[in-house]
Design a protein around this ligand. Sequence first.
Ligand SMILES: [Zn+2]
Ligand SMILES: [Zn+2]
Length: 372
Amino acid sequence: MAKKDYYEILGVSKDASTDDIKKAYKDLVKKWHPDLHPENKEEAEAKFKEIHEAYEVLSDPQKRAQYDRFGYVGQPQENVGGASGQPFNQEDLFGGFEDIFNMFFGQGMRREENVSRSLRGEDIYLTIQIDVRDVLYGAEKEIEYTRYETCQACHGTGAKDGTSFKTCPKCHGTGVVRVQQRTFFGVVTTQTTCDMCGGSGKIITEKCPVCGGRGKVIVKKKIKVRIPPGVDDGGRLRVPNGGHAGDNGGPYGDLFVILRVRDIPGIKREGRDVYSEVDIDFAQAALGTEIEIDGLEGKEILSIPAGTQPNTILKLRGKGFPSPNGGPRGDHIVKVNVVIPKRLSKDQEELLRRYAEISHTGVNSKKHGFFR
Ligand SMILES: [Zn+2]
Ligand SMILES: [Zn+2]
């Protein structure tokens, strides 16, 4: 994916508020909507798409934070069998625009009906749990789910054998009817979907017995997805065409696999680095030691140098997570708590009193009963 400066595209500063971003987006989509630039439609479309892409990232706090940190958003999208790598499709884009358009101008200003005869299938969202190891090294997972697929018996037409139709008398098989409308943008001739045949141009005379005329059947599907190393908790993988079948032979929707990374108690992740805390006693802090702590891959040895102070930060280099962009793994950062004992045995107390004596530091005398 080419690196783009989303802030520059929207013409806002890096610290712009969500409202500023929304306003900039609103102004820009009005300016660059492809229908307003019939003479250089291609350029306007590219520009419009770019604006939409920038807005989608910067208006979402999580995506924006990821973009600020990594300079891009999303995981490398790989799926077994080949991904298109296309970040948007027309339906998403213009569907999104329509929503925004209606939000700003109200339903009354809606100026164009969807003229497509076929409708793209719905997306499917699936959440799966993955382990820390999967994030460290990447993994391939088999996923089972159900979805609508195009009925093979009627080729998605809903008509028996795919042939039991007659031509729609209202649109004469074109699936669309033309309408002239006076709108906000002037007089516009639009095509609308024929209501009699639903845009297919044909009327079914006998329904397909396999799918009952729906053109779609429920199918249990098994696929493999590759999880790239370094994915975030909540990250998602897109499997193009993994969603439901469309209507009237429309394309499949996408499957989004949302990844939930199982926690390791006591370990917190922040980007590539992970954080935890450990308690040691003051003898260990003063004399130094090696202790075992919980790491991402089981036990790790942490060296405590002699003279370690409370709240010292120690690092296990390369024991964090990898970055989705590659490069070395992050670090495991450990905060060391030096714990002062609340109770002492007789021997311990005696030794500490001796210690205080040699160090010439005053302590409470025994009769105060401070320690017992
Ligand atoms: Zn069928
Ligand atoms: Zn029709």
